[in-house]
Design a binder for this molecule. Structure first.
Ligand code: ATP
Length: 328
């Protein structure tokens, strides 16, 4: 994870799904590099842009007025070509042509797996920043974008609660998170949901049905949060199974979808991204590479890519335990 290559020119890119706060991270990398006298180039469109030589110089003024913007000014993409040794050789050739000595990769586990391959085959030093709304990376308490995504979803669920109460309805709300339930659990607590279906917790429809039947005796409306990766299926599938057993319930399903990815990043995400972006430059200059930077208990920590992507982060067991208490 440590070495001391001479670094004068850093490439920065965003990859995988976009997340709010990526722009704040790009801005921090560019400005921290400038302060240290380094050149920075932005690579457009992730690994695909690296293969296709879509590289442009970035100075401190090029990243003005982006800290508050969602999405990513460098755009993002998935690249099948980069999954092949031939694609990675083309990417390395681009780096050589531009004299780029090291990379800051902002993305998720796929991005870091790709970075490991590039380093193994071509020796390119890479520091990763956790840019994904899913919060599914070990080595950081929160990923860049998670807080904003949860806030966006909770705002939407609050509105759904209004209409659920007005019509005495049961709502199933599906939130993102791929095969993890971090967004779902945080949303359930923050929105006062009656129940949450999580991929990490084996739950049966029977448990949900009895919880809803019990809630019906004291509450007119209920909200069930369904993580998109739940093993019982998506929110429509879960609702259909519940409807078979509780046909008297007036039910509706809402899938929040991609609106959770967009929007202006929260202050928490902006601060996290800014802190990690500056730290990425400092770590590269101190010889750290092949690692993702995260924030753990308030401190910046470097975790080797293999651990960040290989270890499954657990849900907060305390939050899991208090949900039924809060839903009584
Ligand atoms: P998110 O968590 O938001 O989906 P991600 O970084 O996990 O972000 P992916 O689409 O999985 O998103 O990965 C981004 C890119 O990384 C892929 O399009 C591909 O180019 C590269 N990549 C992923 N896995 C590998 C791999 N095993 N080998 C080489 N490159 C890979």
């Amino acid at each position: 994870m440590s070495g001391s290559p001479t670094i004068g020119h850093i490439g920065v890119f965003t990859s995988g799904g976009d997340s709010p706060g990526m722009n704040a991270a790009i801005r921090a990398v560019v400005r921290a590099a400038a302060v240290s006298g380094l050149r920075v180039s932005g690579i457009l469109g992730g690994y695909e842009g690296l293969i296709q030589d879509r590289v442009q110089p970035l100075g401190p003024r090029d990243v003005s007025n982006i800290v508050q913007r969602g999405g990513t000014i460098l755009r993002s993409a998935r690249s099948d070509a980069f999954r092949t040794p031939e694609g990675r050789a083309l990417a390395h050739a681009t780096l050589q042509r531009h004299g780029i000595d090291a990379l800051v990769a902002i993305g998720g586990d796929g991005t870091f797996t790709g970075a490991m391959r590039l380093t193994e085959e071509h020796g390119t030093p890479v520091i990763g920043l956790p840019g994904t709304i899913d919060n599914d990376l070990a080595g950081t308490d929160r990923t860049i974008g998670f807080d904003t995504a949860v806030n966006t979803a909770v705002e939407a669920i609050d509105k759904i609660r209004d209409t659920a109460s007005a019509h005495d309805r049961l709502f199933f709300v599906e939130v993102m998170g791929r095969d993890t339930g971090f967004i779902a659990l945080a949303c359930a607590i923050a929105s006062g949901a009656e129940y949450v279906m999580l991929p990490e917790v084996p739950q049966r429809i029977e448990e949900l049905v009895s919880a809803l039947a019990e809630a019906k005796s004291t509450k007119s409306s209920s909200i069930v949060i369904v993580a998109e990766g739940d093993e019982e299926g998506n929110a429509f599938a879960v609702a259909a199974k519940v409807k078979e057993q509780l046909p008297q319930f007036d039910m509706r399903v809402t899938v929040l979808g991609h609106l959770q990815r967009g929007g202006s990043p929260s202050a928490i995400d902006r601060v996290l991204a800014s802190r990690l972006g500056v730290a990425a430059v400092e770590h590269l200059l101190h010889g750290t590479q092949g690692a993702m930077l995260g924030e753990v208990c308030g401190r910046v920590l470097a975790t080797p890519f293999s651990e960040a992507v290989g270890k499954r982060k657990s849900l907060d067991s305390h939050l899991l335990a208090i949900l039924p208490i809060l839903a009584t």
